[in-house]
Ligand binder design. Structure first.
Ligand code: ATP
Length: 421
């Protein structure tokens, strides 16, 4: 019998990681003779969700087994032993779903909603009841939502991530890595791998900081290049590694304008509009501006961590036609990407006095312009070209500020890409 096992909400800010727990469960299942088929999947869900520990990731994998009970027992004991059950916000959930087209089709819609929307526990329990899905819950069992979604992920667009884990005795210690080796790996394998380092901001972005078991994660479009890149890395000893299929770098979270009926916080959108006024920079280096959208005026922000992306934003002017990509929080769209559709390149001015060279004044509606001093007259405004320091095309935040789900421009088949690397 082929079964999808999905799990979520096993970790806490104090440690663990659902991907690691899934790897441990897969090892235990294999020891018991259960066949694990293919790569596990790491699915990132709605990035704005308040309950998340870090990246709102859930994991699923496919097994072939004659006995459901054994599989459930093994997964249960792995969760009991390794998940952060003592932490008040850790509420694990696991599902065991038959590899059946009807169930998986329904769950794929559930998965899309869990990535783009808010899903209630009742909806998750409804799915469980409707398809009689065997499951395990601990405490509030909120992890059932992510567990079902990770099984339902269809994978129309997907990428890979190789996760390397630390020796358990090193958990919580500072990570020992040779930074240069990460830059070298990027030099050799970009663009088949991406977001390993950020050259401009001089940072390794593939190594987390927290107490979790992950040593590094290499993302990319083919697992051959990812493996090759990881062979170059010089780090403390790697304990285990696992290749995951993911929805990272796919923009799966963004709701296209034509599918949106209204704008709601905790949702992410692609929206087009005109810049209403020149952007303003506030203390701390955050940049704000408004655009008109078909839903009304929308405040957009490029926060300080988006670094050199802000230099593009501050050069926008009133009237520029743009498309914004990002998440709506506190009624403000946090920008992940920007398309400049067209820039304002001309501005109308009052004409200059041909004698003294000063700007003439308007004498009122339908009246000519006059220079009070020289008494000269002119009929029409003059149109002057404005020099722009930015151009049409796509811009993105740099790797240091990249969201898991955001599709880097290097993956996008669009003209005029301005890639920050
Ligand atoms: P990590 O990425 O390190 O595994 P995390 O950031 O995924 O941690 P979790 O501990 O898994 O955080 O907590 C996220 C919780 O939110 C889970 O219980 C999951 O089921 C739930 N959840 C995820 N997406 C949604 C959604 N769209 N609507 C409602 N609940 C959600």
């Amino acid at each position: 019998m082929k079964l999808w096992i999905g799990m979520d909400d096993t970790d806490s800010p104090n440690g663990m990681c659902t991907t690691y727990l899934a790897v441990l469960a897969m090892e235990e299942l294999q020891k018991a003779g259960v066949e694990v088929i293919g790569f596990p999947r790491l699915i990132r869900l709605n990035p704005t969700i308040p309950y998340k520990t870090r990246g709102n990731g859930a994991v699923s994998f496919l097994v072939d087994t004659p006995e459901l009970e054994i599989v459930m027992e093994i997964v249960d004991s792995t969760i009991q032993e390794f998940s952060e059950l003592d932490h008040e916000d850790t509420n694990p959930g696991v599902v065991f779903v038959r590899n059946d087209d009807d169930i998986l089709n329904t769950l794929s819609r559930f998965a899309l909603r869990a990535v783009r929307d808010l899903v209630s526990m009742d909806e998750a329990l409804f799915m469980i009841g409707r398809f009689m899905i065997p499951h395990l819950t601990y405490k509030k069992g909120r992890g059932l939502i992510g567990a079902l979604a990770s099984v339902g992920f269809e994978g129309e667009d997907f990428t890979y991530e190789l996760l390397a884990y630390r020796k358990p005795e090193r958990f919580g210690e500072e990570r020992e890595i040779n930074e240069e080796s990460f830059f070298r790996a990027d030099e050799l394998y970009y663009p088949k791998t991406w977001d390993t380092v950020d050259w401009h901001n001089k940072a390794v972005v593939s190594v987390p900081n927290g107490p979790d078991p992950v040593l590094y994660g290499i993302r990319g479009s083919d697992f051959y290049s990812i493996n090759k890149a990881s062979e170059i890395l010089k780090t403390e000893e790697v304990d285990r590694r696992m290749m995951f299929i993911t929805n990272q770098s796919t923009d799966m979270h963004l709701i296209p304008e034509k599918e949106a009926r209204e704008l709601r916080n905790f949702h992410s959108y692609i929206l087009s509009g005109l810049v209403v006024e020149n952007p303003t920079v506030i203390r701390g280096g955050h940049v704000f501006f408004n655009i008109t959208t078909k839903f009304g005026m929308l405040k957009c922000a490029a926060f300080e961590p988006t670094k050199q992306f802000r230099d593009v934003i501050t050069k926008l002017v009133k009237g520029d036609h743009i498309r914004v990509f990002g998440s709506l929080k506190k009624d403000t769209l946090n920008l992940e990407k920007l398309e400049i559709i067209s820039l304002v390149r001309e501005k109308e001015y009052n004409p200059r006095c041909p004698v003294c060279g000063k700007r003439m004044e308007s004498a009122g509606k339908n009246q000519p312009f006059r220079c009070r001093t020289c008494k000269t007259i002119a009929k029409e405004k003059v149109v002057e070209k404005i020099e722009r320091e930015i151009e049409e095309g796509f811009y993105e935040v740099p790797p240091v500020a990249r969201r898991h789900l955001s599709k880097p421009l290097v993956r996008m088949n669009v003209p005029k890409k301005h890639i920050f690397r």
